[in-house]
Design a protein around this ligand. Structure first.
Ligand code: NDP
Ligand code: 8X3
Length: 252
């Protein structure tokens, strides 16, 4: 039987790369994000290149009602989700905690934590009914250690790390595998968002080093998703070769 994956935040970066590798491996997809034009473009491209069905859902994971209504609009066949990739997320700002911005904090916590929970709570009942169900949460090295000025983003990703562990405990009896993926520096739109669209500042993050690409992370996710039924890769920390921890990066 065919497999279906639901990917949040598929309009860019890691989520888009996951959609691409899964479509190439014959998964039907439900791709989500707030930028509908990008979802439609990706659907067209993947349906042209691969023989799979792509469904798009445009919603903001922070909005619980919108999330539940949008996901609930899927038909019973589309709800046979085998793989949920909780990827939608962001960092906004990088400041000492006494200079942080309430709105930035809300955006990070509401997206990275509440949004992930909104989607998961809606989709878990469908996973329970599907074959070889699997949840992959995109955490971060920021969920393993705290770095200067990373405060609230790090807290939100520590929450993702804890939720992954909690899901693994609570869902093992339903045979649902749970994997936490914790990347270091990956060049996507992430830093552009973090620096409020200041491209020069965003580019500085990756200067003089080879960051990971979204495809590197998607490869790792595909490896986790394609293990035999009895194998669960629980947690993966994946770094560029030039990065040793959050603050130690060797630049040329
Ligand atoms: P991008 O900015 O390229 O992609 C982020 C994705 O999240 C977009 O598709 C965006 O879609 C979606 N998204 C953001 N906010 C919302 C929202 N409120 N509702 C729905 N979708 C939303 O960044 P990355 O690909 O790098 O980020 C993906 C994940 O990887 C994030 O969770 C991030 O924290 C994590 N990560 C990134 C690292 C990096 O260095 N880049 C390292 C470690 C982890 P849209 O704007 O269309 O809604
Ligand atoms: C993104 C990686 O180091 O910018 O989660 O926090 S980092």
């Amino acid at each position: 039987m065919g497999k279906t994956a639901l990917i949040t935040g598929a309009t860019s970066g890691i989520g888009k790369a996951c959609a691409t590798i899964l479509a190439k491996n014959n998964y039907d997809l439900i791709i989500t994000g707030r930028r509908n034009e990008r979802l439609q473009e990706l659907k067209l491209q993947l349906e042209k290149e691969c023989q799979t069905q792509i469904t798009t859902l445009c919603f903001d994971v922070r909005n619980r009602e919108e999330t539940i209504n949008s996901l609930s609009s899927l038909n019973n066949n589309q709800k046979k989700v085998n793989l949920l990739i909780n990827n939608a997320g962001l960092a906004v700002g990088i400041n000492p905690i006494d200079q942080g911005d309430f709105e930035d904090w809300d955006r990070m916590i509401d997206t990275n934590v509440t949004g992930l929970l909104n989607v998961s709570k809606t989709v878990i009942p469908w996973l329970k009914e599907s074959e070889n169900p699997h949840i992959i949460n995109i955490g971060s090295i920021a969920g393993k250690e705290v770095y200067p000025n990373g405060n609230v983003y790090c807290a939100s990703k520590h929450a993702v790390d804890a939720i992954s562990k909690a899901m693994r405990l609570d869902l093992v009896r339903h045979n649902i595998k749970v994997t936490n993926i914790a990347p270091g520096l990956v060049e996507t739109e992430f830093s552009n968002v973090r620096f409020y669209g200041d491209k020069e500042k965003a580019d500085q993050v990756y200067v003089g080093m080879d960051p990971l690409t979204p495809e590197d992370i998607a490869d790792t996710i595909w490896f986790c998703a394609s293990r035999p039924v009895h194998v669960n890769i629980a947690d993966v920390l994946i770094l560029p070769a030039a990065q040793a921890n959050s603050v130690t990066v060797i630049r040329k």
